[in-house]
Design a protein around this ligand. Structure first.
Ligand code: SF4
Length: 238
């Protein structure tokens, strides 16, 4: 089937999300809480577009029939600007939000106050999804109302966390702190010993990650292949 996105004919399979079809056709729609491979969340609503004159979030709206979509109309830019103005109040230290807010002329909203502990988190939940998808489920949304945040249970050290850093990697605003220093990774109030490839020195991950994945030889995939080839060569040349 065909949808017209910004007047361009774009072929889609029914069930595909607008953001995916647009990207495939070189049309950029700004998003914060969308990450390829994880389910769309539709939380930040920065990706709103006009679909047959209705405003919808592009990351979770599926295309089912031919339609007309505008990703940068005046109405879309206004809606997006308002969303970004609200997000800027929630995450005043986020550079990515500040840049987008400027680009879409987000209004100031002086009557809305910024929470004292507001930093960079927009509570999109991508980190929670990533951690769950990888089988750890070490973090969740905790507390309620204005105190709501992402954290480990009771803000304590979590035994389920393996220090993989995937939560920090998918975070759109760089809100999760992860520091690798002197062979140690610090994340979520916890320290993990880092393991490096014994042949080339490339970072393999944390001890806990390797243990979980039952990796015992401390070799990266390249060096493992090299080792195997060397062993085969030795056997064959005997
Ligand atoms: S570092 Fe811990 S909390 Fe973050 S994704 Fe990995 S296991 Fe989950």
């Amino acid at each position: 089937m065909v949808a017209r996105i910004d007047h361009k004919e774009c072929i889609f399979e029914p069930g595909e999300c607008i953001v995916t079809v647009a990207a495939r056709n070189g049309i950029e729609i700004p998003t914060l809480c969308h990450y390829e491979g994880l389910c769309g969340l539709g939380v930040c609503r920065v990706c709103v577009v006009e679909m047959d004159r209705k405003i919808v979030p592009a990351c979770i709206t599926k295309l089912e029939k031919p339609c007309e979509i505008l990703t940068d109309s005046e109405r879309v830019r206004e809606e997006r600007g308002m969303m970004l103005a609200l997000l800027r109040k929630r995450a005043p230290n986020s550079e990515v939000i500040a840049d987008l807010a400027e680009r879409y002329h987000a209004p100031d909203l002086p009557r809305l106050t910024v929470a004292e502990d507001a930093d960079r988190c927009i509570l999109c939940g991508l980190c929670v999804q990533a951690c769950k998808a990888l089988g750890s489920s070490a973090i969740a949304t905790v507390m309620r109302g204005t105190k709501k945040k992402i954290g480990t249970p009771y803000d304590d050290i979590s035994n389920a966390c393996i220090g993989c850093g995937s939560c920090a990697q998918v975070c759109p605003t760089g809100s999760i702190s992860v520091k690798d220093e002197n062979g140690v990774r610090k994340i979520w109030h916890k320290e993990f010993r880092l393991v490096f490839c014994k042949r080339c020195g490339a970072l393999l991950g944390t001890e806990k990650m390797l243990k979980k994945n039952r990796i015992t030889d401390a070799l990266c995939s390249d060096c493992r292949g090299y080792d195997t080839a060397e062993q085969i060569h030795q056997v064959l040349s005997k």
